[in-house]
Design a binder for this molecule. Sequence first.
Ligand SMILES: Cc1cc2nc3c(=O)[nH]c(=O)nc-3n(C[C@H](O)[C@H](O)[C@H](O)COP(=O)(O)OP(=O)(O)OC[C@H]3O[C@@H](n4cnc5c(N)ncnc54)[C@H](O)[C@@H]3O)c2cc1C
Ligand code: FES
Length: 280
Amino acid sequence: MKNPYLPYPVRIIDVITETEDKNLKTFKLEFINPSDEDEFKYHPGQFAELSVAGKGEIPIGIASSPTEKGFLMFTINKVGLVTSHLHNMKPGEIMGVRGPLGNWYPWERMEGKNIVIVGGGFAFTTLRSSIVYMLHPDNRKKFGDITVVYGARSPGMLLYREELAEWERRDDIKMHITVDATKDPDWKYNVGFVPAITKEKAPGAENALALVCGPPIMIRFTQPVLSELGFTPEQIIMSLEMRMKCGIGICGRCNIGKELVCKDGPVFTLEQLNRMPKEY
Ligand SMILES: Cc1cc2nc3c(=O)[nH]c(=O)nc-3n(C[C@H](O)[C@H](O)[C@H](O)COP(=O)(O)OP(=O)(O)OC[C@H]3O[C@@H](n4cnc5c(N)ncnc54)[C@H](O)[C@@H]3O)c2cc1C
Ligand code: FES
């Protein structure tokens, strides 16, 4: 059995600066040993521990989809020690990836349902993975209508802008992109906070599930909107970010009551979260 603390060695193949403040970068990584890619089987919604030699290890959501072969993708906000070191790394350099870790969005339960995706800020990463996965020709027919509300502070803070434009042009996904504010006279999408745009644009809750991922304030104001639209707590699925260490349910660093976010989560329904202590 493979040692669960041992990372796979990977090479950085591309680094893309995503946002105008330059604090968000997407890293594309390839496995140094091709057989490791077959072992690293993941589902949209999972995360991995990224390690930088001598600096440390951090949990980051997987932004690529398992339908994308030959690379893994992570979008990383520069906030502290390890993320700053990562931001200084260049294509060709070697680092480690341990995982995949945690649970994932409930893909079997989502089949046959309309899917409403509500995302804000850089938490859009695992939602990107989910969208790419659902839009893949092998998977699109498994889902009903797909509606996405995705917001950022300003146009320059949106992630994956080329892909957003590409999804906009498709007729099998309804995109509602929004920004808190903009002075750009050519801005052709929405202006307003994510909960307000969700209220305006999201379809009803019948035969639907909502995946919500974003900053705590967005989540707090989106919940009542979804409830008003008829979504029950079982129909609202969220992903949590807690401080972690082992990522495999051993160290006890990430517990909320009896649940371990690294193992029982990071994906929970609102119904599950309502039964847990409010420590997240
Ligand atoms: C399941 C999961 C998925 C995540 N996905 C992403 C992602 O896709 N992209 C991304 O940029 N970040 C993501 N994070 C957050 C990321 O793990 C932290 O930003 C990172 O650990 C900070 O490391 P650092 O050494 O640079 O910061 P530190 O020097 O340790 O701390 C700097 C700041 O970051 C905060 N911080 C540290 N660790 C965490 C943590 N685990 N969660 C939240 N805040 C933290 C600290 O409170 C402090 O404000 C995710 C976290 C989890 C648990
Ligand atoms: S991070 Fe160790 S138990 Fe969750």
